[in-house]
Design a protein around this ligand. Sequence first.
Ligand SMILES: Cc1cc2nc3c(=O)[nH]c(=O)nc-3n(C[C@H](O)[C@H](O)[C@H](O)COP(=O)(O)OP(=O)(O)OC[C@H]3O[C@@H](n4cnc5c(N)ncnc54)[C@H](O)[C@@H]3O)c2cc1C
Length: 411
Amino acid sequence: MKKIVIIGASHAGISCAEKLRRYGFDGRITLIDRIPGLPVQRPPLSKDFLKYKNVELHGFYLRQKEYYEKEKIELVTGKDVVAVNRESNSIIFEGDSEINYDVLILATGADAKIPDYVRKDISNIYVLRDNEDAVRLKEGAFIANKAIIVGGGFIGLEVASSLRSIGLSVDLIEFAPRLLPRVSSQYISDYLQLVHQKEGVSIHLSQSIEEVIYSKFNKVEAVKLCSGKILRCDVLIYGIGVSPNIKLANDLGLSVADGVEVDSSYLAGKNIYAIGDVAYSSGEFNSRIESVFHAQFSATVAAASITNSPLPSQPVFWFWSDQYDLKLQIAGILPKPKKDEFLRGEVREGKKEGSFSVWNWYQNKLVCVEAVEDSQAYMVGKRLIEQNIPISPAIIKERSADLKEMLKNLL
Ligand SMILES: Cc1cc2nc3c(=O)[nH]c(=O)nc-3n(C[C@H](O)[C@H](O)[C@H](O)COP(=O)(O)OP(=O)(O)OC[C@H]3O[C@@H](n4cnc5c(N)ncnc54)[C@H](O)[C@@H]3O)c2cc1C
């Protein structure tokens, strides 16, 4: 095996190239992305990059230029892969040039969704997925006064927090009856709702847009909610989730659901792997997982599989979010209980004022810990889940018990 081509040079693609070298692969690695320039980390785009006028993208490069040269990773950016030829094992760029591969890795991630009803010729509608979106949004936000954000998931909430910190008024519209409906416990949803309201965000739950009202200058000037309420804006931002980039996988005839179906080594077809946000695993979680940690983990597994190195063991997935001066850390994934099943949750106050954690059990097993400003609870919870150590809600409820001591006794 001599040539590996990775399509997508973001968190997953770059990690995979790095791990291939670490596991001793010394053939050719070509890492391709349609976005020009050096690849940039995504998480700061809704946080520090958006918040601070003078902060620039180069502070967030995933790797410096010298890294790719030193590791002999051929980075090709600003080029779109438009097709893959499975017979000749080659990928085809716009303009018809081709590169051959022995192994192909799809790290094509996902694109931000935008509803069909939105007109495409409007200059003040935004999404946030990559650095080009982020630069556009930042330019628009710094000359705006009023923002409407559609979507109360992590992106919507982080953008709300950043825009409030630069003085915009913010209306946030969420279709579900609570914030973060897909990924957090009710307690965290309620808590973040209060935090955002205290910071001045107007939250509209169980609402959707009935009509977008355009001005004669090809701009959105207001939206009408299904309740009939009219909200005015200078910028309208959609944070309503993503669609995985599955076009190439479809062309290749791979199994595609809500993402490219992979096995436990992230293999999607003969000599083809899919990693990161585009990968759909039908294993324990039966889903796509959108996080930097999963991008890196899946990249490591694929690289190990390609180089016949031992596969890393199944980790506990983790995630973080920064909003205002709060850090939320989540260890584990909240399952979606089936009918007649439920999640048991226990809230525990932390040592620092205002800090706390929510511990979640499913089928009597600790599955997820959500910690606000409480890194000790996050770390202890993560260890307990990782090592599958049984722990009862009663112990967590016991406020006098020291978490670190408790962990020591249980290990
Ligand atoms: C604003 C923002 C904030 C986030 N914050 C957090 C956070 O705090 N914590 C966390 O864990 N996660 C966070 N995430 C999620 C995290 O960034 C993603 O899970 C991660 O980027 C997934 O990496 P990926 O490499 O799989 O996909 P992506 O980052 O989507 O990269 C895919 C790349 O493939 C390229 N590509 C696709 N198709 C082609 C093609 N045909 N030809 C050439 N190139 C192609 C795209 O241009 C893109 O650069 C955030 C995401 C965003 C957008």
